[in-house]
Ligand binder design. Structure first.
Ligand SMILES: [Zn+2]
Ligand SMILES: [Zn+2]
Length: 241
């Protein structure tokens, strides 16, 4: 019987290998983790010194990062951004597998992680609505889902705040990955609309996205939401690049 089980497990492993999402090492079939123990250690929560507005990790003290310092913090429409994890090989691999290889169950793995960040920041508690950053309809068709909506729905269920997709990405934009700060702002400019302003009027909104790099996308969404009458816009993402 033990011999039979061994053969069965080998066959199962051959046809349905369970490997670590980050390093690809073989994992025990019974191991339900997405990452091997070594790669799990590489998931690093963001803590310590960060910019009071945009959440950027700071190397040397101060309350704000260079881009939010002085009178600059007040010009932003998105008043508060926090992210749960640093961009490391493990966190990157998980988001990549989730977004581009359609392992959508990874969204569930991120739910408790972003929930923890939510609980740590009372700035989020006022939120009346959770709004995912939208993707363009052609991308939605090709991918089959919006990663931000899946993340937002996990959090929405946890905190009992309704999720509403009130933003639409009207313009297809280039991937932001290879662009610098200014180019990102230009690329994403006027990419979103809020077709039903009545839904956001006087509401405090919690924007959700998978990754925050310069915050340009979140800021552009916040601009549109504020122009539509939102009272406050704050944001939460899984990763900070
Ligand atoms: Zn690994
Ligand atoms: Zn900042």
């Amino acid at each position: 019987m033990a011999y039979f089980n061994k053969i069965k497990n080998l066959l199962l492993h051959f046809f349905f290998p369970r490997v670590c999402f980050a390093c690809g090492i073989d994992m025990d079939r019974k191991d339900n983790n997405l990452l091997c123990p070594t790669c799990q250690k590489d998931l690093k929560p963001i803590e310590g010194l960060i910019c009071k507005r945009c959440g950027l990790p700071l190397k040397d003290g101060g309350a704000y990062c260079f881009n939010c310092r002085g009178s600059k913090a007040a010009k932003y429409k998105c008043s508060f951004i926090r992210s749960s994890l640093y961009f490391t090989p493990s966190s990157r691999a998980l988001v990549h597998a989730f977004k581009y290889e359609k392992y959508i169950h990874i969204a569930k793995f991120f739910t408790p992680i972003i929930y923890k960040t939510y609980l740590k920041n009372p700035e989020y508690f006022e939120a009346d609505l959770i709004v995912p950053v939208p993707i363009h309809k052609s991308r939605l068709k090709q991918r089959g889902f919006n990663q931000a909506t899946l993340l937002a729905s996990g959090l929405s269920a946890k905190i009992d705040v309704p999720l509403l997709e009130v933003l639409v990405r009207k313009r297809k934009t280039k991937s932001q990955t290879s662009l610098g700060r200014k180019a990102r702002q230009e690329n994403i400019k006027e990419a979103f609309i809020c077709p039903s302003p009545a839904l956001v009027k006087r509401k405090a909104i919690l924007l959700i996205d998978d990754v925050c790099t310069t915050g340009a996308t979140l800021e552009e969404c916040a601009k549109v939401l504020k122009a539509a009458g939102a009272r406050e816009v704050v944001a939460l993402t899984v990763l900070r690049e």
